[in-house]
Design a protein around this ligand. Sequence first.
Ligand code: S3P
Length: 429
Amino acid sequence: MSQETIKGDSIPLRGEFTPPGDKSISHRAVIIGSLAKGMTTVNGFLSCGDTLSTVNAMRLLGVPIEIQGNNVEIKGKGLIELNEPEDTIDAENSGTTARLLTGLLSAQKFFSTITGDKYLRVRPMERVVKPLTLMGARIWGRDGGKRLPLAIQGTKLSGIRYELPAPSAQVKSALLLAGLYAQGETEVIEPTPTRDHTERMLTHCGVHIERNSASVKIRSGEDFKGAEISVPADISSAAFFIVAALINPGSEILIKNVGINPDRIGAIEILRKMDGFIEIINKRDESGEPVGDILVRASTLKATEIKGDIIPKAIDELPVIAVAACFAEGETIITDAKELRVKETDRIKAMTTELKKLGAEVEELDDGMAIRGKEDLIGGECSSWGDHRVAMALAVAGTRAKGTTVIEGGDCVSVSFPGFFDVMRRLRG
Ligand code: S3P
């Protein structure tokens, strides 16, 4: 297993950088580009473990996809020309690949199977299988259809009106992709808004979608044409450096070209509430997504309470927000975040266990964490639990620890942010 080492002792971060492309948007560009008719060109694409799982899946379905650096060319086949895959689709570590494709595959006229790595095979799939079955999908899987591998006999689907029992952009997107094929109208009602990249990208490609604050409707449809898609940098990757700059005195960094979709900036809202200096400048729009540059200065943070509607807007950033809380004055309480237990790993347990090894005062709650801030942590050995965001959050904690921190299994950062440790080294001089 790989080991990554982080020098501690609060070296300030200084300079500018552009994080890699947004993972959620990159997945969608490949899937939606494959379903469009004709050429889709994507720039700013994130080439990482997760998104390459989606690329490989779409190639297995017969879609020609060329990748050169951050540019991708997709010869879209239109809605009904995908081929039956000759082999099992392997989503590897990527929940987004597995869940969105389950929606898409349910509506095809062929049989397919989909699996994932040991982490993904224990994650819940029922949340997509259940509503898709209500649409008429025929899906079998381990544990009564609750876990991968899944076997999917594509069939004709009917639109439904479905109220999501819990906020999930992956489930919403799976149903919208199935809805592109289902007879009549498919409506997804959200208890709390979640990232709307699928809706924005389909609209950008000319698909008619009806939206209001709580629901999205799509009709089965006509073919749509390929488009040019610019992928902004990933706010979830930027978040690690936002926190690293906030907690290390003397830091000032500019993070460029970052996606600032209102459903994704919960971390910025929380960190500002904690008195973090974060300014968004140069705001603009690209391919239907808001983008800006983020200026961050080291700040004295204070504790806060994190719960309710902000949780889905910051779900992937909660591990690194827990790190920020380790250095904030007072006790930060995160609740309503039980979903963290079914991410790439149980992130509540992983962060509590590993931060404690570095001397943090963290308590595991059923649906979150309670964290009492202190001056410094103590460098030591900790483990990524095979989870990219846990590895990066621990690396950020290590920057403000005394001495060196070693992260076992730190190479899993390549799942979403290849080059993370190089950027960290560069900004710390
Ligand atoms: C994602 C949605 C979120 C998020 C995940 C990416 C997406 O998951 O945590 O990293 O791209 O739609 P859920 O839909 O399970 O909340």
